[in-house]
Design a protein around this ligand. Structure first.
Ligand code: GLY
Length: 346
């Protein structure tokens, strides 16, 4: 605090002045350390890597840097898988899930099925800081956010509503589809290919401390109240400040069934290199999910998409995905780049 405000009065003043919700709950800054910082994220974080790296260099807490990076995507109406502009549930309501983990304190917070709040990751940080709980859901999560000065906002954009409407009309009953020439090609295309999307970001700061966040609007057209992996510690993200940090995007149910991110960090704790930990864990996940025909294609391979991003305490990083090609966004301290993930199945 440069202006002499203590932390408590700063937080109160931030909320009262209607400052960005990202200022509410920001962690104390440290002087920069001597280590080499690294950021890994899903591809939709690429554009914001340079800004986040600069913050890490200036001593911003790694969790704050990660939350501020994903906040850009939460506010982006064109990302249909996260925050504002996310594809809604089958009732046409955008419901968001997010969790954060803070390495130095092994602290965590999460919100699930929260409505009308654009920045669930920042709310998750406040759950960590300003409650004795870890996970708040639904109406309680929203009331908690409002109590801390977050604004209530309609997160359903016209384009996301059109994607929802087209799906709704397809379901039959009494809804009559719009003539094809009245529906923009990209809306048709999106309606035909509902994605799971999401953004994950893990940051390693100049002190070797880790922070991570995953935030999502989840499956488009999901059953209201459905919660995916993103707000579940060990499933959609996990870190151990002595080992590394990991997060995931893709079909959340797979990670709920396998505690996937915990599994990966545990492999790293037992001494595996990041890439080897990812490959071993994904092979295990493929093996157990193959027992369920829901998750197995006719060729016997996994029929779902899931991708993992991990960074170790000493700055090694890698990504891996179950089927086909995927890329991850990385800032290795020198440059921001897109890096191929290791595919388990071609
Ligand atoms: N991985 C995001 C979700 O399934 O909700």
């Amino acid at each position: 605090m440069t202006d002499g405000l203590n932390r408590r009065s700063f937080l109160t003043a931030s909320a009262a002045a209607g400052l960005s919700p990202l200022a509410i709950g920001a962690m104390p800054r440290k002087p920069a350390g001597a280590g080499s910082p690294v950021i890994v994220a899903s591809g939709n974080g690429f554009r914001y890597l340079d800004e986040a790296m600069e913050k890490l260099r200036q001593g911003t807490d790694p969790l704050d840097a990660a939350i501020e990076l994903v906040a850009h995507v939460e506010a982006d109406p064109n990302d249909r898988s996260v925050g504002y502009g996310g594809i809604p549930n089958e009732d046409g309501v955008v419901e968001l899930d997010s969790a954060v983990m803070h390495g130095p304190t092994h602290g965590a917070g999460a919100v699930a099925s929260i409505r009308d709040i654009m920045h669930p990751a920042a709310v998750a940080r406040l759950v960590m800081q300003r409650t004795k709980h870890v996970l708040l859901v639904g109406e309680g999560a929203k009331r908690f956010a409002l109590a801390h000065g977050f604004k209530e906002e309609n997160l359903l954009t016209d384009e996301a509503r059109e994607v929802w409407l087209r799906n709704k009309e397809r379901q039959g009953t009494y809804w009559v589809p719009a003539p094809d020439d009245k529906v923009a090609a990209h809306i048709k295309q999106e309606a035909d290919n509902l994605t799971t999307g999401t953004i994950h970001c893990s940051a390693l700061d100049t002190h070797g401390d880790l922070g991570c966040v995953t935030t999502t609007s989840g499956w488009g057209m999901k059953i209201p109240g459905r919660v995916g992996d993103s707000p579940i510690l060990g499933a959609g993200l996990y870190l151990d400040n002595a080992v590394g940090s990991c997060g995931s995007t893709g079909l959340g149910e797979i990670n709920l069934l396998n505690c996937s991110c915990y599994l990966i960090i545990d492999e790293m704790r037992r001494g595996k290199h990041v890439k080897d930990a990812l490959v071993a864990s994904l092979k295990h996940i493929a093996e157990v999910t193959s027992r369920n025909p829901r998750y197995r294609g006719e060729d016997g391979k996994p029929n779902y998409g899931v991708t993992f991003y991990a960074v170790s305490k000493d700055g090694q990083y890698a990504g891996a995905n179950m089927v086909g090609g995927a890329r991850m966004a990385v800032h290795d301290g020198k440059e921001a780049k897109m890096v191929d993930c290791v595919p388990i199945f071609e």
